[in-house]
Design a protein around this ligand. Structure first.
Ligand SMILES: Nc1nc2c(ncn2[C@@H]2O[C@H](COP(=O)(O)OP(=O)(O)OP(=O)(O)O)[C@@H](O)[C@H]2O)c(=O)[nH]1
Ligand SMILES: [Mg+2]
Length: 368
């Protein structure tokens, strides 16, 4: 064979020797025009992930090459999990290259939400994180909203340089590149593998733009704080919103508690009765209870009524970490990383939040 063949789904170099390693394909698969590895095949057809022996550092190494090349960097962030998918190290490995900031998954936000307000908020947050993008744009790689605009910006800012699509795992980089292939690519170009499991793309995948330059899909950088790392595929499916999020409004009195499956909890400790608006996956069950009953409920029903996690996962699930907050007067979001957020717009309130160790709760001025 001699020639290096890469999997058109994940970018891994195809090999036929080691079933447990990245890029394994049975020898017969090599005869096809576009080869995909066994892992991509299974992901695509059964949404089953096979572990590979690649570490977070391996992914970082691949990305680090970019700094030494002249290119436009397209940084994709999941606006539904903005801070959780931000990645602080980007300026370091972008080198001096310009960065276009893309807020993906805008289809999840309620339709009535003003897009300009979200865009402004995204720019401000980028600035707070110390990044100066050449431009910022919102899109949905799934619905197609904003994709053409994004493609136009890429074309304008790349000035005949290569383009690298980078970001945290699961932000929708490959879904976006597939959309570009569908809209602008050559017929017959194979689709890249996408999934709701972090770490789907394993190596750079290049798509030629012209004779000299290419656009590269890249492996996502792993943020171990992401809730996704604590969950199995079935659980992930529940917390990952598939379509526009319906706000769920709870009018609560002090000493009432909300459970978000068994993955998050909020106690309303003190304050006037007020409404709490929850923006989380429509599939995630929410339970309201009295504060005095909440601990017992959790101990007895984690994995049952309070699910995800699934029953067989409940015993080994990391314990909840709690934190108390005095929410300022005004409109604030309590963000449960990976799950969504709760908007509190009252006259101040004291709340206690819970999230499994490893994930995080933060507070921000309401983005809506
Ligand atoms: N609702 C919604 N979901 C999206 C969008 N774009 C991607 N997704 C979903 O997000 C998940 C991750 O998508 P991928 O394209 O595999 O993400 P990635 O950034 O390439 O991930 P890695 O390869 O692991 O770095 C999949 O379940 C996609 O269907 C979007 O615009 N809206
Ligand atoms: Mg990918």
């Amino acid at each position: 064979m001699g020639e290096r063949v890469v999997c058109s789904g994940c970018g891994a170099v195809i090999q036929t020797a080691d079933k447990g390693a990245a890029g394994y394909a049975p020898p017969a698969a090599l005869e096809r025009e576009h080869v995909i590895c066994q892992r991509c095949f299974r992901l695509k057809h059964y949404n089953e992930i096979e572990g590979v022996d690649m570490t977070d550092d391996d992914f970082l190494k691949i990305i680090h090459e970019i700094g030494s090349r002249k290119a436009l960097i397209v940084k994709v962030v999941d606006i539904f999990d903005f801070d959780g998918s931000w990645l602080n190290g980007l300026p370091r490995f972008a080198g001096g290259n310009p960065v276009l900031l893309v807020g993906n998954k805008v289809d999840l936000l309620p339709k009535l939400v003003n897009r300009n307000k979200i865009l402004k908020w995204m720019r401000r947050r980028a600035k707070e994180f110390g990044m100066k993008p050449v431009d910022a744009v919102l899109m949905s790689a799934v619905s197609g909203e904003g994709v053409e605009e994004t493609a136009g910006l890429i074309d304008a800012y790349r000035k005949n340089r290569d383009v690298y699509i980078v970001g945290c795992t699961n932000t929708g980089k490959s879904t976006f590149v597939n959309k570009l292939i569908q809209q602008f690519g050559e017929e017959g170009t194979p689709m890249i593998t996408t999934s709701n499991i972090p770490g789907t793309t394993l190596n750079m995948i290049d798509l030629p733009l012209d004779d000299q330059t290419a656009l590269y899909d890249t492996p996502g950088i792993v943020n171990r704080q992401q809730m996704a790392h604590l969950l199995n595929t079935k659980e992930l499916k529940v917390i990952t919103p598939q379509k526009e999020i319906k706000q769920r409004v709870y009018q609560l009195q002090a000493e009432q508690t909300l459970f978000f499956g068994g993955l998050g909890r909020m106690d309303f400790l003190e304050g006037e009765a007020q409404s709490f608006i929850v923006y989380m996956s429509n599939e995630l069950p929410i339970h309201r209870t009295k504060l005095e009953k909440a601990d017992l409920l959790y101990d007895q029903h984690l994995g049952g009524m309070l699910s995800p996690p699934e029953e067989e996962h409940a015993a080994s699930f990391p314990p909840m970490q709690e934190k108390e907050w005095k929410v300022p007067a005004g409109k604030y979001d309590m963000v449960f990383s990976g799950l969504g957020w709760i908007t509190i717009s009252g006259d101040g309130a004291v709340v206690r939040t819970y999230i499994p160790e490893g994930a995080e709760v933060t507070i921000r001025e309401s983005i809506f």
